[in-house]
Every structure is written in structure tokens, then in C-alpha cells.
Design a protein. Structure first.
Length: 389
């Protein structure tokens, strides 16, 4: 899936730190499992809203599900349930709009041209409803790590501007309502605005900062918006910000007071996120053949795994004499729990040939660590190709 340089989903970042968008182009776009999971959930949402709205038959809905959705490793009943929650909300809003305006329009996965406000800008609105004098944008968030609010949400305000630009000629639009449905966090937030309020924000902030961001100009500014920035591990402004957090001036006393402890905890997530990003970046650089002074790559710790869970279950319910109730707790018991159930000797006798211990992942440690460093051949064998400086 292609993304605009000034992606609406990253607008909170490039509006706060205008040079960041250009800086991020220097780093690979590593698609995460969460992104793939979210893409699948969005497709289920679209299909389910279409079904509920009567735009596709149940037969066609299930045909799409069998072909596109069910084979995915990311699909699960929980995902289906959350997508149905979103679809129910969308249909509820659409029916409410139709009750006051029989000509209300429901559009899904709307391709929005945003170039009036953002250079080469484009995006996709999950749901757009047009009725009376109101345009409503409803966005689905499948993530569960970070709650996202619709209140003053830059992404949705940009989408609303795009929708007004595309459809305003046919409607006397006066109000905007943007909503985020985030069912895994049981979160639903909305933010109504007048067209005048939205346009004032566009004129005073969006147009100015989008122009700067497109040229890569302006000041680097660190903050909570850095969380998903691809450059956060090497950005000097982000380092300065986090080091200021670490060097916070606490009262001169032998022990911390409760208020100081609370202050540290409130800053901890951002600091740990930055440290983790730096560590991950350093490991990738070292795997690429670059020397990180004072550090080396070693084989990380590894845990035992079943080579074939079905074969293990058949052995235990066969010659082992155990029932499925004994060896399953929703899924097959883990190795430690299974060893405790069987006892070490019986566990070794029955299952040793079905236990594997894969090589640990490469890990960056200090040179004083007693483990021997990986050499080039070992890294190549592990599927990691070293690059020259």
C-alpha cells in the first residue's frame, strides 16, 4: 500500500516536527504485523457495513470472507466481533442521518484528494456520510496499544477538508463531525466542528506547516508524536529531549518523595521507547557490518519448542495414557507445564525426540559478555547477510 510523503495518519508528527517527514524517507518502511492485522480488519469492516446496508448479499459476503479473510493468519473471532461493532455503529449513524434526510449518502473507503491543503496529499476515509448540512467522517482503529481520540485529531480534520473539497459543490455543508471507533480499547470519541472552525485551522496551521514539511524545513521538535517516527533512534532532537527527561532536576534529598516517583513513572514510557529504538537500530547496524564500539553480536537465549504439537498430543493420549483434559488448557500445555505434569524422566522418555531448541536470535551485548561473538559465517547461516561499510 502506497503512502503519501505527508501521510494524514502521520499528520500529528509532521505538523509538530515539520522536517521529520523528509528525514523518515532515509529509513526503510518495515511493515509490522499490527499493520497487516489492521488492513485485514478494515476489509472485514467494509464488507460487514456493505452487508448490513444491503449492498451485498449474505452469499457474496461469505464468498469474500472465504476467499480473502478466513485464510489469513491474522483472522480470529475476536477480530470479527470488533469489526461488527464498528459496522453496527456506522449503520446506526447512517440510519439516523436518513431519518432527517432521506437522501443521505453513505460512502465506504473513499479516496480523498487532499492536494488543496497538502502537497501530493491523498488518503482513504473509512466511512463518509453526507446528509443535510453535515459531513461525517468515521474512522476505524484496530490497534490496542495506544488510545486515539477524535478530539482535534489532525488526520480526521484533513480527511474532512478533503471530503468538503470533493463534495461541497453538491451540498450546503456547514458542520463536520469526526469519530474514531477503537473497539479493542472500548473507545468511541467524536468531535463536531463548524466548517468555519475547520477552515480557520487549515489556513492558520495546516497550509503553513504542510508547505514547510514538504520542503523538509522548520525545526526538529521532539515529544509524544515521536513514538512511531522511523528516525527516532538517531534524531538528535529526540535524544536531547529524552536526556533532559533523564536529567530532570529533583529535590536535593537522600530519597525520592512520592511526587518525584510519580513524575518519573509519567516519563518512563517515552524514555523506554526511545532506548528500545536506539537498541534496535544499533543491532541492525551491527548486523549490517558496522562496528558499535564496545559491543558485539552474540547468540541470544533460546527456549524449547515442540517440533510437532499433534504428534506430541498423539503420543501422550496414546502410549502415555493421558486424556486431552490432562494435556490441554485451551491449547497444548507449554513445555515447562508439560514437564511438571509428566515428571522429568517420563517427559524425556516420551517426548525428547519431539523437542527442539532453535538457535537464539542475534543480540547486541557488551564486549565483556562471556558469550563468544557471532562470526560472519554463523550470521550467514542464520539467514543474516552482512553488508560492507
Amino acid at each position: 500500500m502506497s503512502h503519501a510523503l505527508l501521510s494524514p495518519s502521520a499528520a500529528s508528527r509532521w505538523l509538530s516536527c515539520t522536517p521529520s517527514a523528509r528525514l523518515e524517507t532515509q529509513f526503510p518502511d518495515n511493515a509490522s504485523e499490527a499493520a497487516a492485522e489492521g488492513t485485514l480488519a478494515h476489509r472485514i469492516c467494509e464488507l460487514t457495513v456493505m452487508l448490513y446496508a444491503g449492498r451485498i448479499t449474505e452469499e457474496l459476503y461469505h464468498a469474500h470472507m472465504r476467499k480473502e479473510i478466513l485464510p489469513s493468519k491474522y483472522y480470529c473471532p475476536e477480530m470479527q466481533e470488533h469489526c461488527e461493532e464498528y459496522a453496527t455503529y456506522v449503520i446506526g449513524r447512517y440510519e439516523m442521518a436518513r431519518s432527517s434526510d432521506p437522501a443521505a449518502v453513505l460512502m465506504l473507503e473513499v479516496k480523498l484528494d487532499l492536494t488543496k491543503y497538502v502537497p501530493e496529499g491523498f488518503g482513504t476515509g473509512d466511512t463518509v456520510i453526507l446528509a443535510n448540512n453535515i459531513v461525517e467522517i468515521i474512522d476505524f482503529k484496530y490497534g490496542k496499544g495506544v488510545p486515539v481520540s477524535a478530539v482535534n485529531n489532525s488526520q480526521l480534520k484533513i480527511y474532512a477538508l478533503g471530503a468538503i473539497d470533493m463534495f461541497g459543490f453538491a451540498y450546503d455543508l456547514r458542520m463536520v463531525n469526526v469519530t474514531i471507533v477503537q473497539p479493542r480499547l472500548k473507545s468511541l470519541t467524536s468531535h463536531p466542528m463548524t466548517i468555519e472552525e475547520l477552515q480557520a485551522w487549515a489556513d492558520s496551521e495546516l497550509l503553513v506547516k504542510a508547505a514547510l514539511a514538504w520542503k523538509g524545513e522548520g525545526d526538529f521538535v521532539a515529544g509524544k508524536h515521536c513514538q512511531f517516527c522511523k528516525a527516532k533512534a538517531v534524531c538528535r532532537a529526540n535524544m536531547d529531549f529524552n536526556m533532559q527527561v533523564a536529567a530532570h532536576d529533583f529535590a536535593n534529598a537522600e530519597t525520592l518523595c512520592a511526587e518525584e516517583i510519580a513524575d518519573i513513572i509519567s516519563r518512563a514510557d517515552m524514555f523506554k521507547s526511545w532506548i528500545g529504538a536506539v537498541e534496535e537500530y544499533a543491532l541492525k547496524e551491527a548486523l549490517g557490518g558496522k562496528r558499535i564500539p564496545g559491543y558485539k553480536i552474540v547468540q541470544g537465549r533460546s527456549t524449547r519448542q515442540y517440533s510437532d504439537e499433534l504428534a506430541v498430543a498423539n503420543i501422550l493420549t496414546g502410549v502415555g495414557g493421558y486424556t486431552e483434559t490432562d494435556i490441554y488448557n485451551k491449547k497444548l500445555l507449554g513445555i515447562t507445564a508439560m514437564e511438571k505434569l509428566l515428571g522429568k524422566d517420563r517427559f524425556a522418555h516420551l517426548l525428547d525426540s519431539h523437542i527442539v531448541k532453535p538457535a537464539g536470535k542475534p543480540t547486541l551485548v557488551t564486549e565483556s559478555d562471556p558469550r563468544k561473538p557471532f562470526n560472519s559465517a554463523e550470521l550467514d547461516f542464520a539467514g543474516i547477510i552482512l553488508e560492507n561499510d
